[in-house]
Write a protein that binds this ligand. Structure first.
Ligand SMILES: Nc1ncnc2c1ncn2[C@@H]1O[C@H](COP(=O)(O)OP(=O)(O)OP(=O)(O)O)[C@@H](O)[C@H]1O
Ligand SMILES: [Mg+2]
Length: 235
């Protein structure tokens, strides 16, 4: 089963009495255990698309199915619970809580998910080790570089063992070398944790890393390249 199915999605924003069609007629299936990149120029609709997949926003038309759930059918409470259990998010500006330490930031979603303390400690330590930031566990985000902050954000996104991790231009605020290291880390974590990763980028170079590449332009899918048909088979 696909992790995400979008059927004839449309999204129109209303801005000062003007309709802005951000997405038009999107049909898309995201395969499990794959690293999928959504690429396209600025304003093409990448963030809008990720927000729909991440159940942060609702489409104007069409159907969003994530992990077998038709998102429109869920109440607000059920939806926040669903997001907390199944989805992880990585943002362009890292979005860490500034007053919490690195380990507390990674632990936070586990507190929300009511994971017992011993299990929380174990998972946080293992994840900080895996993303190469264990030595900064007791620092606050303000004491870290951008690349280090994004490592923390990756650990935080993976902490509740989500089915799907979404990352909106996760390397946009990093220099190209650090950005490449972050993409490689996300790829490694995607494989190790058997999680589905969807991230957006306007950098065509990152497409080389992806299993599937979805190109969008003016709110429409221009092309989908599925590189390795075997990647989806082992789910
Ligand atoms: N809240 C909003 N209200 C009105 N229009 C919006 C809103 N958010 C996005 N848009 C419009 O929808 C279209 C798609 O925007 P979106 O942010 O999804 O593009 P993007 O591909 O993520 O761009 P970027 O690469 O610059 O981040 C653009 O024309 C944008 O102006
Ligand atoms: Mg965007």
């Amino acid at each position: 089963m696909n992790v995400v199915t979008l059927n004839q999605i449309g999204k129109t924003y209303h801005l000062d009495a003007v309709d802005v069609p951000a997405l038009v007629g999107i049909d898309l299936e995201i395969r499990p255990n794959c690293f999928t990149v959504i690429s396209g120029p600025s304003g093409s609709g990448k963030t809008t698309l990720l927000n729909l997949i991440g159940c942060i926003d609702q489409p104007t038309r069409g159907e969003v199915i994530v992990a077998g759930e038709t998102v429109q059918n869920l109440s607000d409470d059920a939806l926040s619970d669903f997001r907390a259990r199944h989805l992880g998010f990585i943002f362009q500006n890292f979005n860490l809580l500034p007053v919490l330490t690195v380990e507390e930031n990674v632990e936070y979603p586990l507190l929300l998910a009511r994971v017992p303390a011993a299990e929380r400690k174990r998972r946080v330590a293992a994840l900080l080790e895996a993303v190469g930031i264990a030595d900064k566990a007791r620092n606050i985000p303000g004491q870290l570089s951008g690349g280090q902050r994004q490592r923390v954000a990756i650990a935080r996104a993976l902490a509740p063992s989500p089915k799907l991790v979404l990352a909106d231009e996760p390397t946009a605020n990093l220099d190209s070398q650090t950005g490449a290291a972050i993409i490689a880390l996300m790829r490694e974590m995607q494989r190790e944790h058997h999680v589905t990763f969807v991230f957006s980028s306007h950098d065509p170079k990152v497409m080389a890393e992806a299993d599937d590449a979805v190109m969008i332009r003016d709110g429409r899918i221009e092309d989908i390249v599925r590189r390795d048909a075997r990647a989806g088979g082992a789910a």
